[in-house]
Design a protein around this ligand. Structure first.
Ligand code: PMV
Length: 323
């Protein structure tokens, strides 16, 4: 039997602007996906017959990454993430599955997190018709705080470069890490799920249309980029007030990009009196918001009163690991 766990992620800054080449900052969260693999007589997933076409991430890793041709496997998956909510559940599944499969086929060989990050990114790209930034997969594999950008970002440690052939041409990214200093431990993130999915492709297309109709809105991308850099500086200095202010400012820019919803706005407003800052996180249009707070219980209550489902985590959990 082999098993592994990989965390989900929460974008602190830079969603949507990252599509236009600016940096995005994401942290790994404590919740995630665990996968258990066992040799079996039949291929099963969660006790039912495994249907490869319905599980493109698992199928890609089995066939194209590992060229697996061994006996059938019983695959069990457990997730503590809301799915299709911008929490990186498919990236966490890909990382945990790749780590567990590696342990199953090569129990005496270790595998490093960057290799797993690249495997999981190829699974995401395969499942998303070639369009996938490495943000979710790298954050889930490496843990901590990850900064993804078209260029190397000052104040971060460069880890690796990665590129992808997309339908729009070749794209490349620098994947960097930022240190989470000990002072951050005084705070929690409370993530609030709005109850509806976050359609990333649709929201990215909506922003592209908005910018083509109202080119002046492109200014928001530069604004988000500046907020991201200010947020990163605040994070490195464990300046929670400044970090929260940057999150508030980021939410305003995302509203100007028309990706927030009345429900997300209500949850953000409900969280703010007990938080250093709050914003939507991920693509918007549904999905989640996130608040930075020293009082996670009160913020969770406020989010519930506003109709959301809260989840509390420290910032920057460990990355993918064998169990
Ligand atoms: O899929 P989500 O909800 O984590 O959002 C992704 C962030 C975007 O910037 C909106 C899209 C992208 O590819 O980076």
């Amino acid at each position: 039997m082999a098993s592994a766990f990989a965390p989900g992620k929460c974008i602190l800054f830079g969603e949507h602007a990252v599509v236009f080449g600016h940096p995005a900052v994401a942290v790994a969260i404590e919740q995630g996906v665990s996968v258990r693999i066992e040799r079996s007589d039949d291929w099963t997933l969660e006790g039912s017959p495994f249907n490869p076409s319905r599980h493109p991430h698992i199928t890609h890793i089995l066939r194209n990454v590992f060229n697996y041709s061994g006996p059938p496997l019983q695959i069990d998956v457990q997730s503590s993430l809301f799915s299709a909510a911008g929490m990186g559940s498919s990236a966490a599944l890909s990382n945990a599955f790749a780590a567990a499969l590696h342990e199953h086929v090569s129990p005496d060989e270790s595998i490093d997190q960057i290799t797993l990050a690249k495997m999981a990114h190829s699974a995401e790209a395969n499942a998303q018709k070639g369009r996938a930034s490495p943000t979710d997969t790298a954050t889930s594999a490496l843990g901590g705080c990850v900064v993804v950008s078209d260029y190397r970002v000052k104040g971060t440690k460069h880890l690796f470069d990665t590129s992808l052939e997309t339908p729009e041409g070749s794209r490349s990214w620098a994947v960097n890490s930022a240190i989470i200093p000990p002072g951050i431990e005084e705070s929690w993130l409370v993530i609030g799920y709005s109850g509806t999915g976050s359609p990333t492709g649709k929201m990215v297309a909506n922003v592209a249309r908005l910018i083509s109709e109202k080119p002046e809105r492109m200014e928001e991308m530069d604004r988000i980029s500046k907020i991201t850099m200010a947020g990163l500086t605040a994070l490195s200095a464990a300046n929670l007030e400044a970090l929260g202010m940057a999150m508030d400012a980021c939410h305003e820019s995302l509203k100007n990009l028309e990706v927030s919803t009345p429900k997300l706005d209500r949850m953000v407003q409900a969280a703010r009196p007990h938080s250093m800052g709050a914003k939507l996180t991920g693509a918007g249009g549904g999905g989640c918001m996130v608040a930075l707070t020293k009082d996670p219980n009160r913020v969770s209550e406020a989010i519930e009163v506003a109709g959301g489902r809260p989840l509390t985590t420290r910032l920057g959990a460990e990355g993918v690991r064998s169990l």
